[in-house]
Write a protein that binds this ligand. Structure first.
Ligand code: ATP
Length: 636
């Protein structure tokens, strides 16, 4: 196993959940295999992720943070290729979510914000994970991520030895097939740690248990009772470390969007429905960072808050509320869309986004959270999962996937909370609603106002407002609706940059065979990134570096392409080796300047180059003047 100091459970995770069959079944070998060469060894079931991690380090996608000091658990740096990959992901997300839409505006807010933001959002009180510790090793786990175990539990009331006695109870689980002595050994270690040398165990009794999550699956030791642990990183603003100067590194980028909602709406002259998006750093003091960069303590998010009318307003204006009719994309947004249509729309838009950067639909899972899994304010949440090699498998042996993004219909909870805590109105005025309301008959008005009153009352009661205050407030809100005022509801697609980068790396990783200098087949690692997000778009090679005419022409081609894309110029080593280096970096195109380019084999070939496709390894001759449009078409 690779030694990634500070990330001890990574190796465990990949041993348990590894799959290579699926990945390597799709090998695309374009060249005939040299019969004398043994086929490339099928990677062992457990080492695909290990190979990917190794490539990430070797080629400079990801490094351990502070590596020269032994690393720091849960923090990762991106090397030259990783930095480009991440930048491409964020830029493409920004372009598709904001620049290519009329109805979304961007924001870039600070990481440290007024601490009351986190009171209003609920993070101070509820952004916590249950944590347990192993009583033997003190290793810490998230209680909800403990694998259930069945077996016989050995309970002890204490131990004595060397003139000392401990009456602290301890238990160990013994899974089927293991010798009871191993349970006793673990118990003795526990008491030895409490100063009892040569411990003689006391009061042994056994108990059968099924699917218990009270024991450490690594050594069988009892775990502590779960305790809640707030994941926010705390700091102090200013020189005095006092309670009133406490601030937090943001655990998500979304809250700044809510806090700046009014400002952005005003300056961008948007009207509901519209969205605000932001990408940037977020920090969570995760109990158990693991699976490489998947669960980190510092990471980046890409979040959109899309503000919509409450359904009662849509019904008043349009006479009805459209509901999703099937499983497919609901099409271009319409005025009669309620929250369900908008939610479905964003789920489909986001799935299409992932496909557009090369994640096949079959590698993604659309997981609809069950009612009991939903946050109390959420009406529906779809998690978009990617089938990572370390994902767990279901009973049918299929990878179940891990979350890349959550698309949540969050009602009007967030803005309402900031309205309550800041005392600033988060309502919008909707002229169309006011006009439409005036034309409704009384029965319809009462019906809509009553429904709106009920949902507002439910929210206000849930957040702890006293009954009389909640009723009064909800009644006022229902009256305001009739005048065209409401707090917008929100659909939130919230994605992680680092998880997506890791998914793209896992998805791109391929091993196949390619011919070496002499035409013999050899194994190659190729990163099949979609050209849109590939770190380097094109490599430019003069065939020989000691021919000044070739080098001069190659530099001209490099300078022609460089203003438009990332270009890597490489003149060192045999051309096959140079191709191989770019295959590993995932560079989709290679341009070679040879003697034909100089017109030495005929005037008709002058100023043509070979364009090599990374995936097919096919080379085509193309005029230099056609190179830029051809490449731009593929990378945009
Ligand atoms: P999880 O259940 O995996 O902890 P979450 O549901 O708490 O994730 P959200 O709060 O919905 O995550 O955050 C939105 C996105 O931010 C996630 O879908 C994920 O892509 C990313 N993200 C959240 N926590 C982390 C983390 N510790 N490391 C890397 N990315 C993260």
């Amino acid at each position: 196993m690779l030694d990634f100091a500070g990330n001890p459970c990574f190796s465990v995770a990949i041993v348990i959940h590894q799959n290579t069959r699926q990945k390597f079944a799709c090998l695309d070998i374009k060249f005939p295999l040299n019969k004398t060469l043994p086929p490339m060894a099928e990677p062992k079931v457990n080492d695909l992720m290990e190979r990917i991690v190794s490539l990430c380090k070797r080629r400079g996608f990801v490094f351990q943070s502070s590596e020269i000091y032994g690393g720091i658990n849960g923090f990762w740096d991106y090397g030259p290729l990783g930095a480009e990959l991440k930048r491409n992901v964020k830029d493409y997300w920004w372009r598709s979510m904001t620049q290519r839409r009329d109805d979304v505006a961007g924001l870039e807010a600070t990481i440290i914000m007024h601490p009351q933001i986190w009171e209003a959002s609920g993070h101070t009180s509820t952004f916590a994970d249950p944590m347990v510790d192993c009583l033997l090793t003190k290793k810490r786990f998230r209680a909800d991520q403990i694998d259930p175990q069945s077996g016989v539990v050995y309970h002890y009331s204490g131990a004595e030895g060397g003139g000392k006695k401990s009456e602290e109870p301890f238990s160990v689980i013994l899974v089927p097939g293991k010798n009871p002595e191993s349970a006793r050994k673990v118990a003795k270690q526990f008491y030895q740690q409490r100063g009892i040398a040569d411990a003689v165990l006391m009061g042994e009794r056994t108990e059968k248990v099924e699917n218990s999550t009270r024991y450490n699956s690594e050594n069988g030791s009892l775990l502590t009772e779960p305790r809640l642990f707030n994941l926010m990183f705390k700091t102090y603003v200013g020189p005095v470390e006092s309670a009133e100067n406490v601030a937090y590194l943001r655990p998500e980028t979304a809250q700044a969007i809510f806090a700046q909602f009014k400002n952005v709406m005003e300056v961008s002259r948007q009207k509901v429905p519209f969205g605000i998006c932001q990408s940037g750093k977020a920090f969570r003091n995760e109990i158990n960072p693991r699976n490489f960069t998947f669960r980190s303590r510092e990471f980046e998010q890409m979040e959109l808050e899309f503000f919509i009318r409450p359904d009662e307003a849509v019904e008043a204006i349009c006479g009805g509320v459209a509901k999703p009719a099937g499983a497919s994309h609901p099409g271009h947004p319409q005025p009669n869309w309620g929250w369900e249509m908008w939610h479905k729309y964003w789920v489909e838009e986001r799935l299409a986004f992932y496909e557009s950067i090369g994640l096949p639909r079959a590698s993604l899972v659309e997981y609809w959270q069950k009612p009991e899994e939903l946050a109390h304010y959420a009406r529906a949440t779809v998690d978009i999962l990617y089938k990572f090699p370390f994902s767990k498998r279901n009973e049918a042996g299929e990878l179940t996937g891990e979350e890349l993004e959550g698309v949540a219909a969050r009602s009007d909870f967030d803005l309402s909370q900031h309205q309550r805590f800041s005392g600033k109105a988060m309502t919008v005025f909707d002229e169309e609603l006011k006009v439409a309301w005036g034309k409704l008959d009384e029965a319809k008005r009462n019906d809509l106002a009553n429904r709106y009153y009920e949902t507002r009352l439910k929210y206000l009661t849930k957040v702890g407002e006293p009954a009389d205050k909640a009723e009064k407030q909800a009644r006022e809100n229902a009256q305001e609706l009739g005048k065209g005022y409401y707090v917008p509801h929100v659909i939130e697609p919230s994605a992680g940059v680092d998880r997506l980068a890791l998914a793209l790396i896992c998805n791109a990783y391929c091993e196949d065979q390619a011919p070496d200098e002499k035409g013999n087949m050899e194994g190659r690692v190729v990163m099949r990134f979609h050209p849109r997000i590939a770190p380097v778009k094109v490599a430019v090679f003069p065939l020989l570096k000691n021919k000044p005419e070739l080098v001069k022409k190659a530099l001209e081609v490099r300078d022609l392409l460089r203003p438009h894309m990332t270009v890597f110029y490489d003149e060192g080593g045999a051309i096959g080796r140079r191709y191989r280096r770019q295959d590993e970096a995932g560079t989709p195109f290679g341009v070679t300047i040879d003697f034909d380019t100089l017109g030495e084999q005929g005037a008709e070939l002058k100023d043509t180059v070979t364009l090599r496709d990374r995936d097919t390894m096919k080379q085509t001759r193309i005029k230099i003047s056609e190179l830029l449009p051809r490449l731009l078409e593929r990378i945009q």
